[in-house]
Design a protein around this ligand. Structure first.
Ligand SMILES: [Fe+2]
Ligand SMILES: [Fe+2]
Length: 243
């Protein structure tokens, strides 16, 4: 059964550990007047994630489904979710809507421009376009401005079945995981592009308090510093191989 922990006010982390990947898959449900789910999860995990969300809200009340980029763990069960929450809109980037999502769901997604906001009641989400970070030209993240929670997708990914929330060295753990990936077929996990540092600086400037991380522990602490250090770690691991 998925594990549920509240990592920030009304932000619930729904976590499933997959031993085949030695990785947690985390989905975030934000409870508000208009509940929002960030990451639908893999299609193969749909029933587990759905059952967890049912413990938090009434499913037909789900109003927004969002994710970073078009990939199975981000949005593989999107159509299954729309079948049980038909009044939900799908919030993604303009590129994502155009090249993947509109066709995938058979109707227009709610495509947000960089900096555009979405209010769900007492919480307000800012869309931050981050092309090719963590990967995919459609990539972006959501920043909840009132509690300063950054829903940051694959950034800071850590391997293993770790604790829900940490205040310790999240960059060190992620750096180690990136090095591990470098040795195998995931060696190009994060493309190091001319936009990488710029994107990470943009996120650091938001001064987040909490990082809601898709794979691994969420982080509470000096997240601006963590993002700055992540920039160095990503450069060291993924920048060097093309130097
Ligand atoms: Fe991804
Ligand atoms: Fe992922």
């Amino acid at each position: 059964m998925a594990a549920i922990h509240e990592i920030a006010p009304d932000v619930y982390r729904i976590s499933i550990y997959a031993s085949w990947a030695n990785l947690q898959f985390n989905h975030f449900l934000i409870k508000d007047d208009e509940p929002l789910l960030f990451h639908t999860g893999l299609r193969g995990m749909f029933s587990e994630v759905r059952d967890a969300v049912t413990r938090l809200i009434s499913l037909p009340d789900l109003r927004h489904i969002s994710f970073s980029h078009f990939e199975s763990d981000e949005c593989g069960s999107l159509n299954e979710w729309l079948a049980i929450a038909p009044s939900a809109d799908v919030v993604c980037s303009q590129v994502g809507a155009l090249v993947c999502v509109n066709d995938f769901i058979g109707r227009p997604a709610r495509a947000l421009a960089d900096g555009e906001t979405l209010t769900t009641g007492k919480y307000r989400f800012r869309y931050c376009q981050t092309p090719h970070l963590p990967h995919g030209w459609d990539a972006g993240v959501l920043f909840e401005e009132t509690q300063k929670t950054l829903l940051c997708s694959d950034l800071f990914h850590q391997t293993g079945d770790v604790e829900p929330l940490t205040q310790s060295d999240v960059v060190g753990r992620s750096h180690q995981a990136m090095r591990e990936y470098q040795a195998g077929i995931l060696a190009e996990y994060v493309p190091y592009t001319p936009l990488t540092s710029q994107n990470l600086r943009k996120l650091a400037d938001l001064q987040p308090k909490t990082l809601a991380i898709m794979h691994g522990s969420s982080f509470n602490g000096d997240s601006a510093r963590a993002l700055t250090e992540l920039d160095q770690a990503v450069k060291e691991v993924f920048g060097r191989q093309h130097a």
